[in-house]
Design a protein around this ligand. Structure first.
Ligand SMILES: [Zn+2]
Length: 683
């Protein structure tokens, strides 16, 4: 969802033998169970590269396993939880549970995913009805019908729809259209000339697409010809798509219009018919993110032949299905997405892949079991309290701002006071009774699950907004801010520190790890370059005085310039596209510091394992970014993601924080040193 500002990039998952971090200090022996000291590399000067200093010891001892493109704290959480999940699945498989129960669904999904002999034997057979549908298309109307059908089972087409809140009226849910349709992760891959883009683009045309098409039954010559047609079509769509940084402005990506106007813009598409067949009932108004993209799609329906379109859909179907098909398909999917795009060396074992797929498709079923065991009510209460401490600290910070005028401040207080915190897990779990899982074929279970989600979303049209809903599962190592609901959503797993028990974590670490890097980060998203344009009711509306808006933009520009100058494997970080995250990181840190300064631990100032409370706060924050990435994965992130790489999300914001200089005695000449007048300060 483009509205969600995710805190982290690659981590989702479960935690099992992990304990929870507390926000209260009792008389515990923190020194003996210190979660941060074992990660340190004391050969690195903190002022030269704080991330390496704080985490280098761990990074050396924990190289990235061959089956992964990155390895960090979120993976550790996830690995431990997978073992628990495996047992739940094996038990469900043997349970002979009643048809339609969650246990039956989990057990049968796992059964079809694990039965590799049958998957090999079935080959392409489960997909034959779908392939036949594509073969039978004989005019544009039939092609559009197929777009509609494929969308309902989760296969990419050039039409990207979802039902979501109207940015300008958050109580209404409308059908929205967004750019989509390309096969590479981002439009820039079709045009950029950096090492990764060139390599990916060449492999895609010379190997990946021809291999897929041949596996789908094409001859060598036909596969080669079809590849050039598919690539040309995708390149045209890519050329008509906006860049990452141009998708951030909530006004320029909002075009509400009657369907009749959309039809004028896109004469080749019968939208009414298309929407009906996609299950969107009675649509008269839509919100189009990028009208020029849809104009291009309409044009492409005429300029590219029906044969080209059929090849394109065939490829998209095979691509979506490949991880759940026989070995040749799964191997090629891994070769391209796993190795070429991410740098992984080997596949995950089958059981882990099946569990990950299940977690993606039925995550809340598993989440209910997870929180029962690992997130008791009293832990939830602690983090709810920490959220309120952060809210107070943020308010005090706004009050002291010298660049914001009083009228804007008053409105900011109101917005801040109405942020709804969702902590740990949903109050109401999603209902999976309409989801059908059987033992016929693994890939068909995946398509049925995609269909369940499609229908569930389509059914929201015209209904009141359910503000209790979560877009992430509680076992996800991540968090988000949703501007339409003015809410922060903080899954239980995000508060966990692997290997550390509740009572062993001191406040300094908790305020850095949970309050600053998660709670404060998400709260300030409500006031970043995008979030600040939504008011307390979640509506896109100019509530800042023009003068304050200008000041905000000037302050943010300092951070944009800093990040533009960071380089990763020869690629410059995209300061503009990552500004929302960087503003939230810096905001989370300074607000977290203010909240921490009110604690007993800070006031007492006693060192633990040789580190002052202030030092431990910064080390606790850095712990949230413990991890490393392969070159391909890192470059892909820089090209496609609004989050800067983890190490820069530590070093980047810290260089702007006066207390960081004080805590670690950073001086001119240290590599991270910034003169006071070069530092960014927003909150
Ligand atoms: Zn974020």
């Amino acid at each position: 969802m483009q509205n969600l500002s995710l805190r982290q990039w690659a981590f989702t998952g479960w935690a099992a033998t992990l304990m929870l971090a507390a926000c209260h200090n009792e008389n515990k022996n923190y020194a003996a169970h210190d979660a941060i000291i074992k990660n340190i590399d004391s050969a690195v000067k903190p002022g030269d590269d704080f991330f390496q200093y704080a985490e280098g010891g761990w990074l050396k001892k924990n190289p990235i396993p061959a089956a992964y493109s990155s390895w960090g704290i979120g993976n550790v959480v996830k690995e431990e939880l997978r073992d628990q999940l495996k047992k739940i699945n094996e038990d469900a498989l043997k349970a002979n549970a009643a048809k339609g129960s969650n246990t039956q669904k989990i057990g049968d999904f796992y059964y079809t995913g694990m039965d590799s002999a049958r998957i090999e034997k079935q080959g392409l057979q489960p997909l034959q009805p779908e392939l036949a549908r594509i073969d039978q298309i004989n005019n544009i109307a039939g092609l559009l019908d197929e777009f509609a059908h494929l969308a309902t089972i989760g296969v990419t087409t050039p039409i990207g729809t979802y039902v979501g809140q109207d940015s300008k009226n958050s109580s209404k849910q409308l059908l929205q259209l967004w750019q989509t349709g390309i096969g590479l992760p981002n439009r820039d891959y079709y045009f950029n000339n950096d090492e990764l883009s060139t390599n990916v683009r060449n492999d895609y045309q010379q190997k990946h697409l021809p291999i897929f098409l041949k596996l789908g039954g094409a001859s060598e010559a036909d596969a080669k010809l079809a590849t050039s047609k598919i690539y040309a079509l995708e390149k045209f769509l890519a050329d008509s798509s906006r860049k990452l940084e141009d998708l951030r402005n909530p006004y320029t990506n909002y075009h509400k219009m009657p369907v009749a106007d959309l039809s004028k813009l896109t004469p080749e598409i019968n939208w009414k018919d298309l929407f009906d067949k996609m299950g969107y009932k009675g649509v008269d108004t839509v919100i189009v993110g990028q009208p020029e993209y849809y104009r291009a799609v309409s044009k492409a329906l005429k300029t590219y032949s029906l044969a080209d379109w059929k090849q394109y859909l065939r490829k998209n179907l095979l691509n979506e299905a490949s991880p759940y098909l026989s070995k040749p398909f799964a191997d090629e999917e891994f070769r391209f997405n796993g190795t070429i795009l991410s740098g992984r060396k080997e596949q995950l074992p089958r059981w882990k892949r099946v569990l990950d797929a299940e977690n993606n498709l039925m995550g809340e079923v598993l989440g209910q079991l997870f929180v029962k065991e690992y997130f008791p009510e009293k832990t939830k209460e602690r983090y709810v309290k920490l959220v309120e401490e952060m809210r107070t600290a943020f308010k005090e910070r706004i009050a002291k701002l010298d660049w914001m005028t009083e009228p804007t401040k008053q409105k900011a207080y109101k917005k801040l006071s109405t942020i709804n915190p969702k902590v740990g897990y949903p109050d109401k779990w999603k209902d999976f009774s309409e989801l059908e899982i059987s033992r016929d074929a693994y890939v068909l279970n995946v398509f049925r699950a995609a269909n369940f989600w499609h229908k569930r979303n389509a059914a929201k049209l015209g209904k009141p907004v359910d503000r209790t809903e979560w877009e992430m599962t509680p076992q996800t190592y991540n968090a988000y801010y949703n501007p339409s609901n003015n809410e922060i959503v903080l899954p239980a797993a995000q508060f966990m520190i692997p290997g550390a028990k509740d009572e062993d974590v001191d406040d300094a670490v908790v305020y850095g790890y949970a309050a600053a890097s998660t709670i404060g980060h998400e709260m300030t998203h409500g006031f970043d370059d995008t979030g600040r344009q939504f008011d307390a009711d979640g509506n896109l509306k100019a509530w800042w005085t023009p003068q304050d808006s200008v000041k905000f933009t000037q302050h943010a520009q300092v951070l944009i310039n800093q990040f533009n100058n960071f380089k990763v494997h020869g690629l410059n970080v995209n300061g503009k596209a990552t500004q929302g995250e960087n503003i939230a990181d810096l905001g989370g840190i300074v607000i977290g510091l203010d909240a921490f300064k009110k604690t007993e631990q800070y006031k007492e100032g006693k060192a633990i394992n040789g580190f002052t409370p202030l030092q431990r706060f910064f080390l606790g924050y850095a712990l949230g970014w413990l991890g490393q990435q392969r070159k391909e994965n890192l470059m892909n992130q820089v090209l496609t993601n609004e989050h800067a790489p983890g190490f820069l999300r530590v070093n980047g914001p810290f260089a702007n924080v006066p207390e960081f200089y004080e805590a670690f005695h950073i001086k001119p000449g240290d590599k991270m040193y910034l003169a006071p007048d070069k530092r960014a300060r927003i909150w």
